[in-house]
Design a binder for this molecule. Sequence first.
Ligand SMILES: Cc1ncc(COP(=O)(O)O)c(C=O)c1O
Length: 393
Amino acid sequence: MFESLQASPADAILGLITEHRDDPRAEKIDLGVGVFRNADGETPILDVVKEAEQRLVDSQDSKAYISTAGNASFNAAIQSLAFADSVPDDRLMTLQTPGGSGSLRVAAGLILRATEKATIWVSEPTWNNHVPLLGGAGMTLKPYPYYDVVNHVIRFEAMLDSLHKVPKGDLVLFHACCHNPSGLDPSEEQWCEITDIVVERELVPFIDMAYQGFAVDLDTDAFAVRHMASAVPELIVSTSASKNFGLYRERTGALSFLVTDMSSRDILISQAGSYVRTLYSMPPDHGAAVVSSILLDAELRARWIVELYAMRDRLRDMRSLLHDALKLKAPGHDFSHLVRATGMFCFLGISKEQVERLKKDFGVYMVDSSRINVAGITPGNIEYLADSIAAVL
Ligand SMILES: Cc1ncc(COP(=O)(O)O)c(C=O)c1O
């Protein structure tokens, strides 16, 4: 049976990881893969996660199944982290999912149960995996303008024009903060303008919040979620604990729905349960148990916020470091967008050929679009990195 299969095309990021790993040059730099790294180039387990895991090992007395919706206290804590008190709890429901990716996929399946021909409008560009996760489930994806590759700003007017023409009832995918790949987010005023159009056109917003706490702070980063929630009848939010808790491999995420009333919420809960049963039955527990014990314990929560903001600050510092180094080494080139962006990603803004030369001649790895993960920058490699970029400009 399997001999009929063709090899699937290589994943660009996974391919880059292998190429970087096999590169013998000591000075090589990886700006491709999407994980946080500290100044030593490592992705350590947060101290507070270690502590919560230890407490869990000491106190957990069963590994019995939980439920299709996962850990109830995790769901409540994540829901409150995202929505705060922007809407009454009885209009919200949250289920734990295998990572943010699992959340997007479950959302797509449930949307398609509700409406057979669902169209979702996504920013151009958007996170590459949005396409297989949502499109692969059967949704139709259409682009709205977002990033100006020449001037490195949001194409806000073009975006609004485009949203004005989206047919009533269609979904629109937004990134709550740290837009991946551009790193540029609308301001609060702009989110208000976007929300007005969403309300006027009766669109259904779907907000992907994979980086809460990585841009400004936990509350500011949730502005779009909370503002839209207070204005629209229905909203979908996908969250991930991969980055802000560093729980990548534990596959910890959540999917929240804002609905109009309690009876639609109960129907959605039953539909979500039966749909999840057809996919993976129940989400993995460990990461969610860790997150809920951190969020529900005042001391652990405070320690988590300190560690989270230290990650945010390191990303900010590395952006400034690269910006300042390029100002010196590549005068005449404007890299100010590096410091206007937030989170892990932004575009360097160089050509595919220059990306290739960086890889071949200098061992500096990034995806073809020149999206970089600034977490790959360290005080130790900044000089070499800036020299290499200046050399290919
Ligand atoms: C925009 C966006 N959404 C969702 C995710 C999902 O992450 P995960 O499935 O690892 O939780 C990511 C991860 O890179 C992301 O960048």
